[in-house]
Design a protein around this ligand. Structure first.
Ligand SMILES: CC(C)(COP(=O)(O)OP(=O)(O)OC[C@H]1O[C@@H](n2cnc3c(N)ncnc32)[C@H](O)[C@@H]1OP(=O)(O)O)[C@@H](O)C(=O)NCCC(=O)NCCS
Length: 192
């Protein structure tokens, strides 16, 4: 793997860029305070923009590492969500993605657009062998994003996630391998 850091990526409708502490208010108002967004995530809703600013300051420091990948999704000039590598397995050359976005922006294909671009980035620039995601079975929209990005369903781990309300939830696993990404890229290109 050849790390690149969080480089700006431009897609048809989005700019994926580094966060800055100045994004705190938008992050808080648009997605981080909303329990509908965090329901199946590992973190609870933020209680204030100051909380967001603190984490953004940490992310700003982390950007100094070239193996840190955390993008702000900017749409029509404003931050609407985040997509990141939540895990990098150096030895086995894979990246696991995580993503979340403001409720007002769901259902427009925006996360699929962001995830496809980030997957392309990891294969073409970082040189990974595999990109994957995992999500609660009860949160099928996330799996649908993975599927639309060309990932395959790899299985379900039973009750491996403890939700904020204490229930243990089944988790679905999805992944795409380098050879599958190459075939998809060729096919997408020939259809253009
Ligand atoms: C999951 C999430 C990222 C999806 O983003 P999005 O931009 O709305 O996704 P897209 O529009 O690209 O695609 C969503 C797909 O899921 C489908 N979908 C939505 N709700 C669904 C449901 N309850 N059951 C099945 N499919 C569903 C949509 O119809 C769409 O598929 P389609 O294009 O075939 O119609 C967004 O809902 C989100 O931020 N949720 C909160 C955070 C989260 O759960 N993150 C993932 C944690 S693993």
């Amino acid at each position: 793997m050849t790390h690149q850091g969080t480089k700006t990526i431009i897609t048809e409708r989005l700019t994926l860029r580094k966060f800055s502490p100045d994004d705190a208010l938008a992050m808080y108002e648009t997605w981080a305070k909303d329990p509908r967004v965090t329901k199946y995530l590992t973190w609870p809703p933020y209680k204030s923009p100051e909380g967001c600013r603190k984490i953004l300051e940490e992310w700003e420091k982390s950007y100094e590492q070239d193996d840190y990948y955390q993008w702000c999704m900017e749409y029509e000039g404003r931050p609407i969500g985040a997509i990141s590598a939540v895990r990098l397995q150096e030895r086995d050359e894979w990246a696991e993605l995580g993503y979340c976005m403001g409720h007002d922006f769901w259902g427009k294909g925006l996360m699929t657009e962001a995830a496809e671009a980030v997957i392309d980035f990891f294969f073409s620039q970082v040189g990974v062998h595999r990109v994957c995601i995992e999500h609660a079975v009860r949160n099928p929209a996330s799996g649908r994003v993975a599927e639309k990005c060309g990932m395959r369903h790899e299985g379900v781990k039973r009750e491996s996630f403890k939700a904020s309300w204490g229930e243990f939830l089944d988790i679905s696993f999805w992944g795409i391998l380098r050879e599958e990404w190459e075939a998809k890229t060729k096919q997408d290109f020939s259809q253009k």
